[in-house]
Design a protein around this ligand. Structure first.
Ligand SMILES: Nc1nc2c(c(=O)[nH]1)N[C@H]1C(S)=C(S)[C@@H](COP(=O)(O)OP(=O)(O)OC[C@H]3O[C@@H](n4cnc5c(=O)[nH]c(N)nc54)[C@H](O)[C@@H]3O)O[C@H]1N2
Ligand SMILES: Nc1nc2c(c(=O)[nH]1)N[C@H]1C(S)=C(S)[C@@H](COP(=O)(O)OP(=O)(O)OC[C@H]3O[C@@H](n4cnc5c(=O)[nH]c(N)nc54)[C@H](O)[C@@H]3O)O[C@H]1N2
Ligand code: SF4
Ligand SMILES: [Mo]
Length: 756
């Protein structure tokens, strides 16, 4: 595929790019931005690296002049094929004079209520002594680690080992709990192992794209552009988008299902009903590769069909707000397309039914045999650049150990204790507290201290009005690059090195591990997160445990840990990743080519010898589970007092809490302050115009913000992003979470809106 085929031509782009605002609107056509800037960029040296931000994991070519990063463009040889987005093209701004002036360059310790500069030695010593004395007084589970899908793999791996095998607490969690937990638990319950079967290559052959709760135009632009480029070449391709809002993704789709928020399980079960009733399933695949299950016990196919009776399209169309005939049409396209790929993100995961939605999406693929073939795959898109490789795969979550091993499994603990060379019984058998519960425990005093790295929970957690109390009360150590809503509440701040100032590995959506290379020296006064972790661990007496102290040494240790797991990537070295543009695990030997399609004999080296075709080795009988999962209404429902549903999410120009992208003038100007998007019909009824100030309230709290009247939301649904530190929307967002994945429901809160 050629970028020149982009659905937005370079000429259109240059004509339109007079203002970055317009460029933002073009969104995923923004690769043109690169070509545009490139023409007058006088780089004298090009280096390969990976983008700082999202789970697309775009391969980049970085143009330097001397030591200065001048320009960024997509690397056409990478697995993302040279497509990038506007945030990627503005990466050089992170090393501008203006941004550098905002950086933290000295450790700080709170003394008499005020944060004052101290030496690194003093800061590290203080953290180590305080953690040690709190553990002595209150026990191991009185301390915690809150990490990030933006740390490098070596960093998360080391933190996990330090806390679980050193200190002996499983209170290790992180922002991927807010992001990918439902996907991880969904895959694990369906297939027995986390992480998807397919990858980006499937985008180049699929004929139907089923996009559910993902706004790819804003959040995964290069992948969406790749789909649109194909659509331009092959109009028979069908793009179906399920989103309550008329997003730009929806506008470019063939079919937009603007469902009522929270009703996805009705839609997915209705599609299954139609498929089973009309026998549009794949009998052969069902007979060989599926176990039917009700969540407690195996059931029969007849039981499953009977369960679906309640979900006949005619029975659910009103609640869904989608005509039965459209549900039937979509079910037909999904089942009968030569190859269907599903793509989903937070509209599915950040839900009290997140796990069920993930299970049921996979079930649709399993019953129709739309799986483990090129272009046919349930592909969960990753949020952060290293949520998969860094956190899910290293097991840096409260219930996990590395590479799919479980805290609750005695054999897994024993194996890890051996591999980590610690006495039997060191790893606690009790899963730790997951994100929301961890901050609740800080608020009520059960957890006394938290080391928080590369994440900004003071802005990104839900129900902030309440959970902020946890940050205030605990001994809070924060490593960040700039001041944030979280550092404001910290007892110790440790200034971190940024992006290409450290070495490491990142792993994203498609099980591909790629190298981040150190191309610049860290800013004076800052340290890499790995150096910070090693310093604290050593100061607390864990010198014999944390023996790998460089990224490369950590990677070498971690490769060995993987070798006895079903993730086996012992064959993925730094050298190979650089030479081969990353590799997809499993990849057990120095010559294995990596695994584009998992669970497929002849392609996936983990499939046991003698098996042919598809074999789901994560389950003891080699069969994936198709669950009968019911629809359960979201806890937050419209009421007289709170008549609107608030949903929250992303815009293309901004990265999460805006600590980086809101400091880049072009990106900040392109979107301005965050706003509350209200449908014209609702605005009319409330007498609201664009720019009016309103108070948004829920049972959790309230805040004031400006209105944007827009037909992009559904009637009765309002939307806001969460990048704006001056409008903390999470003060009103619910912290209700999925009982299985413990991922919070950022997408559905009942609110009222009053003009002020
Ligand atoms: N520009 C940009 N890109 C990013 C990020 C960023 O901060 N900025 N962050 C990255 C990260 S960490 C993540 S997790 C991803 C997130 O990527 P996405 O999940 O694509 O982004 P969101 O905007 O959070 O949510 C997606 C959509 O879910 C819809 N939605 C809300 N409620 C429901 C519902 O009940 N059902 C369905 N089907 N849909 C619903 C919303 O209307 C929204 O359009 O983006 C990644 N990429
Ligand atoms: N309302 C609402 N809230 C949400 C969501 C939503 O959809 N709606 N989505 C949730 C999701 S999916 C996610 S992933 C989270 C993201 O939430 P956060 O992780 O809290 O958001 P970020 O802004 O990405 O925070 C990263 C922090 O790391 C700092 N940083 C950057 N580079 C480095 C580094 O190299 N080292 C260190 N130590 N620090 C660094 C940045 O300055 C920033 O403060 O937000 C969640 N919150
Ligand atoms: S899509 Fe994500 S990884 Fe790619 S350039 Fe944009 S922010 Fe970076
Ligand atoms: Mo995320």
């Amino acid at each position: 595929m050629d970028k020149e085929d982009s659905f937005i031509s370079r000429r259109d782009f240059i004509r339109a790019s007079a203002g970055v605002g317009v460029m933002g609107l073009l969104g995923c056509g923004a690769w043109g931005a690169l070509e545009y800037t490139l023409s007058d960029a006088n780089a004298d040296r090009w280096e390969r690296d990976i983008c700082r931000y999202c789970g697309c994991g775009c391969g980049l070519l970085l143009g330097f002049k001397g030591e200065e990063l001048k320009v960024v463009r997509g690397d056409p040889e990478s697995s993302t094929k040279g497509f990038i987005c506007i945030k990627g093209s503005y990466l050089p701004a992170l090393y501008s004079k203006e941004f550098t002036a905002q950086r933290l360059t000295s450790p700080k310790v709170r003394k008499n209520g005020v944060l004052v500069d101290v030496s690194w030695d003093e800061a590290i010593q203080y953290v180590a002594e305080t953690f040690t004395s709190l553990i002595k007084e209150y026990g191991k589970d009185a301390v915690s680690f809150y990490g990030s899908g933006q740390l490098l793999t070596e960093e998360s791996y080391t933190a996990n080992k330090f806390f679980k095998a050193g200190i002996g607490t499983n209170n290790v969690d992180g922002n991927p709990r807010l992001c990918m937990a439902s996907a991880a638990v969904g895959y694990t319950s369906t297939f027995g192992k986390d992480e998807p079967c397919g990858g980006y290559a499937d985008l180049d052959v699929a004929k139907c794209f089923f996009i559910l709760g993902a706004n790819m135009f804003e959040a995964h632009p290069p992948l969406f552009e790749r789909i649109l480029v194909r659509k331009k070449q092959d109009p028979s391709i069908r793009i179906i988008c399920v989103d309550p809002r008329l997003t730009k993704t929806a506008k470019y789709s063939d079919i937009h299902l603007a469902i009522n928020p929270g009703t996805d399980m009705l839609l997915l079960n209705a599609m299954l009903h139609v498929i089973m009733k009309n026998k549009w399933y794949d009998t052969n695949f069902i007979n060989n590769h599926i176990t039917w299950h009700d969540g407690k016990n195996p059931i029969t196919m007849e039981d499953f069909i009977a369960f679906l009776e309640d979900y006949a399209p005619s029975k659910v169309e009103v609640l869904l707000d989608i005509p039965a005939s459209t549900i039937e049409e979509v079910a037909w396209i999904f089942a009968k397309s030569p190859a269907t790929t599903s793509l989903w993100t937070m509209g599915a995961n950040q839900r009290t039914q997140g796990t069920f939605i993930n299970n049921t999406l996979s079930s649709l693929h399993l019953v129709t045999g739309q799986i483990c073939r090129p272009g046919a795959t349930p592909l969960s898109l990753t949020g952060q650049g290293n949520a998969c490789g860094g956190v899910r795969d290293t097991g840096t979550l409260a219930h996990l150990l590395p590479n799919g091993r479980l805290v609750a499994n005695a054999n897994d603990r024993a194996e890890m204790e051996k591999l980590w060379n610690v006495p039997a019984g060191t790893i606690s058998p009790n899963p730790g507290l997951s994100a929301i519960d961890m901050f609740k425990a800080m608020a009520d005093g059960r957890i006394k201290a938290c080391l928080c790295m590369c994440t900004n929970p003071g802005q990104s957690l839900p129900n902030l009005n309440f959970l902020r109390k946890g940050l205030e009360k605990a001994f809070l150590v924060v490593s960040d690059i700039v001041e944030t809503e979280t550092t404001k509440l910290a007892d110790v701040i440790l200034p971190a090195a940024l992006w290409i100032k450290r070495d490491g590995v990142k792993g994203q959506t498609e099980r591909r591990y790629q190298r981040v290379r150190k191309l610049k020296e860290p800013l004076a006064g800052t340290k890499s997160d790995l150096d910070i972790l090693v310093a604290i661990a050593h100061a607390m007496g864990y010198k014999d445990l944390i023996t790998a102290t460089t990224p490369h040494a950590v990677w070498e240790e971690y490769r060995v840990i993987s070798a006895t797991s079903k993730y086996n990537f012992a064959g993925i070295t730094y050298e190979r990743m650089e030479k081969e543009h990353g590799l997809q695990w499993p990849c057990p030997t120095p010559t294995s080519p990596g695994t584009p399609i998992r669970y497929l004999a002849g392609v996936d080296p983990i499939v046991p010898e003698g098996k042919q075709g598809v074999y789901f080795y994560g389950k003891p009988d080699g069969k994936a589970w198709v669950f009968a999962r019911p629809y359960i209404p979201a806890p937050e429902q419209r009421s007289k007092e709170y008549p609107f549903i608030l949903t929250t999410g992303r815009v293309i120009q901004q990265w999460h809490t805006g600590t980086m992208t809101m400091q880049i003038p072009e990106l900040a100007k392109a979107v301005g302050r965050s706003r509350l998007y209200v449908h014209p019909v609702d605005a009319n009824a409330l007498g609201l115009k664009t720019n009016d100030l309103v108070e948004v309230s829920s049972t959790y709290g309230s805040l004031r913000m400006q209105v944007q009247v827009s037909d992009e939301t559904k009637i009765g649904v309002v939307f806001s992003s969460f990048y704006d530190a001056q409008s903390l929307i999470n003060d009103v967002v619910t912290d209700a979470y999925d009982p299985f994945s413990k991922q919070p429901e950022y997408k559905i809160t009942a609110v009222s809106i009053v003009r002020v």
